[in-house]
Structures are given as C-alpha cells and as structure tokens.
Design a protein around this ligand. Structure first.
Ligand code: TXA
Ligand code: MG
Length: 318
C-alpha cells in the first residue's frame, strides 16, 4: 500500500483510481482531473462536501491554457507569476476552460491551478501527461498529512496506493491567490508570502474576511480532535490540576515543561520555515496522546508566521 513504485502509480491513475502523492507542501490525494468518476472517488474517500472545489495540478506549463482562460487584462500578470513561482507551492484561481469537469470546481466558473516542484510528483504527473485533481490527503476538516504514514492513518483502506517520498518540505499547503483586475488577492496564506507577491502587483488579503469562497477559509478548518488553545506565551499558562495538557511551543519549551504532559517545539532555532514543516506533524502527534487540551504558542507574525498563525487559529476554533 505504501510504496515507491512510480510506474504502478501512473497505471492506477490511468485506471481512474486514487493515489496519494507527495508534493513540496503536503501529501495530496490525486485522481485524473478530467475523469469525473475518478474525481468523485476523492470526495468519497475524504468524506468531503461536494461544495469544496479541488486544485488541478498541471503536468507542465503548456497545460495552463488548456485548463484556464487567461483574460487579456490579467494575462501578463498571470504569466509573470507563473514564471516566478512555478513549479512551486503556489496556486492561482482563474476562469476555467470547458474541459474541466464541474465536479472539480464544484460548479464554480473558476479553477484553482498549481504546478508542483516535487520531483516524484512531477515525474508521475509528467508520465501520466494529464492534469491531476489533488486535495490534501486527509479526511475533510482534519490536519493535512506531511508523511506517507499520516496519509495511511487518515485514508488507509480507502485508496489504492500511497507513494512515499519522506516528509514534505514546506509542511503547509500552497499559497492560493486570485488574479483579478490587475491585483492579487490572497485567498489562503502559504509558503509564498505577501511580500514576494507585492513585487508584481497590488496585494489584497481576503483571508479571514467574511467573503468565504474557499472552505480552506472556514474558521474551523484543520482541527485536531483535542481542544486547542492559542496563547501569546506559554509561560503565562497554568494548567488546571488533573488536566493533561500538551504544549506546542514556538522556539523554546516553557520554563516549567513538567507542567505539561507532552511538549513539542516547532523550531528551537526560531526558524519559521522549520516551524511550518513541523506544524502538522506535531499537531498530529499531540492529538494522538488523548490529552485534555493542547496549548499552542503564537509564532512571530513576520513572513511565513502569518500562514502558520492562520492554521493555528483555525485549529483552535470549534
Ligand atoms: O499545497 C496544496 O495546495 C495541497 C497540495 C496537495 O497540492 N492541496 C490542497 O488542496 O491544499 P485542498 O483541496 O486541501 O485545498 C484547496 C483549497 C480549498 O480550500 C478549496 O476550497 C480552494 O482551494 N479552492 C479550490 N478551487 C477553488 C476556486 N475555484 N475558488 C476558490 N477556492 C478554491
Ligand atoms: Mg485540505
């Protein structure tokens, strides 16, 4: 089931089966994007509501024009962004072409497109030579998987194969933007940050606004089963007596780590990249311990910190 056999993965995708694949962000659950029956299996396996559209992953840059319309007013900006950030952890929401099945976009007239840089993903989608619809390979509303074993824990028995390429590099999902009227709207924060995008056009953040056009923006997305509380500083948190509390610390353990039943430190060198890469794995590990509460420390808001905080806020919302 967990395997490294890329040729077998391509075979299964051709048959319309589901295969979990590594990307540079998180593991994805892939199906042939132009085969609606194959895509329907994704919703079934993830127990994902039909209204939640999927990202289409391209085999190469040339596929962009076959999947998405490039409005003449925004064409240059879209192509500049593609040149700069593809392949990579970057997704653009664009007007869709007719060949994209309704089930992929949940009936929207836009489609989310991405071109992954992961060598194993790139090899498989390149060999397959058709676009792959792939959401994160977790059950709906749960933490995204960053290892093959996480996928196994979430979806084992429901899918044909998991291709293992070790832990993912970024650990959080791709940045999603919509390009509209010469501006870039950030729909989901991720590894490509606002500062990088603002070199190209005006950047508007619509993350966390009431304009929910993507369930990744729902307040309670990415929730562990254990209640999670977000605090500014773990030093100031005092666990209730007889309460089993886990700590997800930013860069150093609290002065009294013995007050916590388990401690995970996102990055002891205070590196936001490392913190992002560890985030979902540690949440998952703490969630498996049967704790009464997980206390998570806020991370600095600079750079990738905003994307990490977004996920922590959602994990704490219930
Ligand atoms: O890094 C990633 O993006 C990973 C890897 C596997 O590629 N994929 C991923 O997919 O995170 P998923 O399905 O878990 O999250 C995609 C988000 C969802 O919140 C979905 O609602 C939004 O993208 N989305 C998809 N199509 C959209 C569209 N046409 N308009 C607005 N949001 C869209
Ligand atoms: Mg997801």
């Amino acid at each position: 089931m967990i395997s490294t056999d890329r040729a077998a993965a391509v075979e299964l995708l051709r048959k319309g089966d589901l295969v979990a694949l590594p990307t540079e962000t998180v593991y994805g659950l892939a199906a042939h994007a132009l085969n609606p029956i194959a895509v329907a299996k994704i919703f079934e396996a993830k127990e994902r509501p039909r209204f939640d559209p999927l990202i289409v992953h391209l085999p190469n840059r040339d596929w962009l024009r076959r999947i998405a319309e490039l409005p003449s007013s925004d064409r240059q900006l879209i192509l500049e962004l593609a040149d700069k950030f593809w392949p990579g952890p970057f997704t653009m929401v664009l007007p869709k072409c007719g060949i994209v099945p309704e089930i992929v976009t949940s009936g929207l007239n836009t489609v989310a497109v991405r071109f992954s840089a992961h060598p194993v993903f790139a090899e498989i989608v390149g060999e397959f030579d058709e676009p792959l619809a792939a959401p994160s390979a977790n059950r709906f509303g749960r933490v995204s998987p960053t290892t093959a074993q996480h996928v196994m824990d979430e979806l084992g028995g429901r899918i044909s194969m998991i291709v293992d390429a070790g832990p993912t590099e970024h650990g959080i999902e791709s940045t999603i933007v919509a390009v509209q009227d010469g501006a870039i709207a950030i729909l989901r924060r991720g590894p490509i940050i606002a500062e990088q995008l603002s070199e190209f056009a005006e950047v508007i953040s619509v993350v966390g606004t009431s304009r929910i056009s993507s369930p990744g923006q729902l307040p309670s997305h990415y929730a562990p089963k254990t209640p999670l509380r977000l605090v500014d500083n773990a030093e100031e948190f005092h666990p209730q007596e007889n309460h089993c509390v886990g700590l997800l610390a930013w860069s150093s353990a609290a002065r009294k780590p013995q007050a916590f039943a388990a401690v995970r430190i996102l990055s002891d060198r205070g590196d936001l990249r490392e913190a992002a890469a560890n985030l979902f794995r540690y949440l998952r590990e703490l969630d498996a311990l049967g704790l009464d509460l997980i206390v998570a420390e806020r991370v600095p808001s600079r750079g990738l910190g905003a994307a990490i905080t977004d996920r922590l806020e959602r994990a704490s919302h219930r």
